[in-house]
Each structure stands twice: as C-alpha cells, then as structure tokens.
Design a binder for this molecule. Structure first.
Ligand code: ZN
Length: 367
C-alpha cells in the first residue's frame, strides 16, 4: 500500500487560547482568508476534511464556499464541536466542560445533533467525520456519533495527554487506523504524532516526567527537543518545521505505518488568529511549509493523498469482500498486497476510548 495522507482542518472561530473560555468569543474574521488554504490543497489535489464548528457554519461565506468546494469534489465536510459556543447553552463554561466528552451524555448528544443539523441546513451535506474540539472525546461520544450517522472519528491525537486539563489521554493510542472495541461502525483515524530523537523509544515513559509542572516551568521539553534527544511531534505545519514533519513521516513509514493524517487550524491563516501565526509572514511561511510537505509527500515520498471518506470506502470494500487476503494470504499482485496490508493495519488495532477516562478524579476539581 502506498503511503496515504489525509488532511483535516479544525475550522473554527478565533479566540484567545490562553484566556478562560467565553461564549461570546465567536469572531470568524479568518473565514474570508480560507480560500488561500484551499488553493494549497487544490494545487496538490487534496480534498481535505474541513471540520466546521458552530460559529463558522453561521458565517455565510463559509457555508457558501465550502458547499462549492464539496460540490466540486475539492473538499469534505466534517463536524468540530466547541461546546462553549455551540447550543444548547446550559452547562457552566469552564475548562473541564470545554472537552465535550466530559459533558452529560444527553447534552453532548444534543450539542452534536444541533451542529449536524446546522451543517446540513447551511452547507447541504451531512458531516460523516467528527473531529472533537480540543480532541475532547469521552466515554459517551462514540454512541452519539453512531446515532448521528458518523463514519469516522478523527479526534485522537497520540501521543498527547490532556489529563492535566481534564481531557483525554492519547499517550497509548494506536497511530494506525483502528476500529473501536464494540463500535464497528466507526473508523478511527488518528492525527499522526509521535516521538523523534535519540530516546524516542522511551518517549511514553519519559513524557510524564517532562510534563510534570516543575519540568514544564524549566522548559525541559524544549531543551530536549533542541538537543535532538526527545521531541514530541504532531504532523502539522503549526509549530513544526518541514524537516520535522518529513522526519516523523519517514520514521513512522520505517516502522510500517502507511496512513498519515495531517492537521491544522483554519485560524492560523489569519495573522493573530491562532497562537501559531502572529504576522502575515508567519501565515505565508505556514502555507509554504504545507505546500512543500504536500508536494514532497506526493513526489519524492511517492505517496498519495486521499479524502477521509474515500479512504473509509476503500477500507470498507477490503473488509467487506470475500478476498484471498481475508484468509490471511495475500495474493501475488501488487494491488492485493496493498489491500492486505491495509486490512492488517485496521485488523490488528483496536482502541477503547479513552483508555483512561477523565472524571471522578482530583483533576476534575481543577476547573
Ligand atoms: Zn477547535
């Protein structure tokens, strides 16, 4: 199977990432800028999944632009839930509740349902891919997703651990596509992320120490990263260089991974819209980095770029058909081998979500 790249965009309002969450922080000034990002995708035949949240769906330009891109086969629509700006507004606004997976099940379901209905009404397409805001999936999320017709959950971001903020822990999550235990309807497509550096094989063990409050204050992670000892990298042009993105991709490929997901935020296309781009030249550099990575992936790296739903279709076809590889034997053709490997990728991985649930613990009281 050739290396396959999927792209997801957290498409959302601008807000101060350091400030307390605020229901009134719903500016969508970045929306008119988004064709710049789509132009980069277009240049590489990339049908990215724009996972939109409530405030951006309300923006007429967003709904119109995205509807056109989807109609032309240049994009897919996903759903991105920021519960603090997504009705119904009944919960207390705080850090714990910023992870939708921490909400009471009926409230998470209701917010998601309203978002789905709003996307269908304004864009004319039902979202089938979910990307939780703040990666905040929880124990009840999967049931709601299945009920609402989702096929893909793209929320997981291994090896990051958000327990200190009351969020989920993805430090032990698979980096390959997976099916959730007991939820065969949903395909899990995690954002690609992992460790680089001399001690990368110890990342899972060392990272809790590096994440400890004292080590954080001392900037231990940045020091180790500069020394090429241990670095935690997400496949994203946000905060990571082209070289880091390529190194992560090559490393995972050498380890047998064939499916990669790149992720970024729509607000990074606006100077000051996200923490990643303060100026127009930062935006230009980010777009350039993305452009070069996509070009490299398709060119020198000999990969292909696929949309989330077409990738899910490919897998469903492989999993559903009675084929030689279903008995564990790959056939001798290249295509058969590719499909066998794809099936193995999914078959051997499964995940419970999240492995360790937030809630009923001291960190619940932090918010
Ligand atoms: Zn978000």
């Amino acid at each position: 199977m050739p290396p396959t790249l999927l792209v997801q965009v957290h498409t959302e309002e601008e807000f101060d990432w350091q400030a307390p969450f605020d229901r009134k922080a719903t500016a969508t000034t970045s929306v008119p800028q988004l064709p710049r990002l789509q132009a980069v995708f277009d240049a590489h035949g990339t049908a990215a999944t724009w996972a939109v949240d409530w405030p951006v769906v309300e923006h007429p330009g967003m709904a119109e632009g995205l509807a056109t891109w989807v109609r032309d086969g240049r994009a897919e629509v996903g759903a991105h839930l920021h519960p603090w700006v997504n009705p119904p507004f009944v919960e207390e606004v705080n850090r714990t509740n910023s992870f939708a997976g921490n909400l009471p099940p009926e409230l998470e379901r209701e917010k998601l349902g309203r978002l789905v209905a709003q996307i269908e009404a304004r864009i004319g397409v039902a979202p089938r891919t979910y990307v939780a805001g703040r990666y905040g999936v929880g124990p009840n999320t999967l049931r709601a997703l299945v009920e609402l017709g989702f096929r893909i959950d793209g929320s997981a971001t291994p090896p990051f651990d958000f327990r200190a903020e009351g969020g989920p822990d993805f430090s032990r999550f698979p980096v390959s596509p997976y099916r959730y235990d007991g939820v065969p309807e949903l395909l899990g497509l995690p954002v690609t992320g992992g460790y680089l550096g001399l001690l990368r094989s110890l990342g899972r063990v060392l990272m809790p120490l590096i994440d400890a409050p004292l080590a954080k204050r001392l900037g231990v992670e940045a020091i180790l990263s500069r020394l090429a000892v241990l670095e935690r990298v997400r496949l994203s042009p946000e905060g990571f260089s082209l070289a880091e993105m390529q190194a992560l991709t090559r490393r995972f490929h050498a380890d047998g991974e064939r499916v990669f997901t790149l992720s970024l935020h729509s607000t990074s296309i606006l100077p000051g819209g996200s923490p990643y781009c303060a100026t127009e030249s930062d935006v230009v550099e980010l777009l350039g980095r993305l452009d070069r990575y996509l070009g490299w992936f398709r060119g020198e790296f000999q990969g292909r770029i696929q949309s989330h739903l077409s990738f899910a279709d490919t897998l469903a076809e492989i999993e559903g058909g009675a084929r030689p590889w279903a008995s564990g034997r790959a056939d001798s053709t290249g295509a058969g081998q590719a499909q066998f490997e794809a099936r193995a990728d999914v078959g051997r991985k499964s995940a419970q979500i999240p492995p360790e649930l937030p809630g009923q613990t001291p960190r619940e009281r932090q918010a």
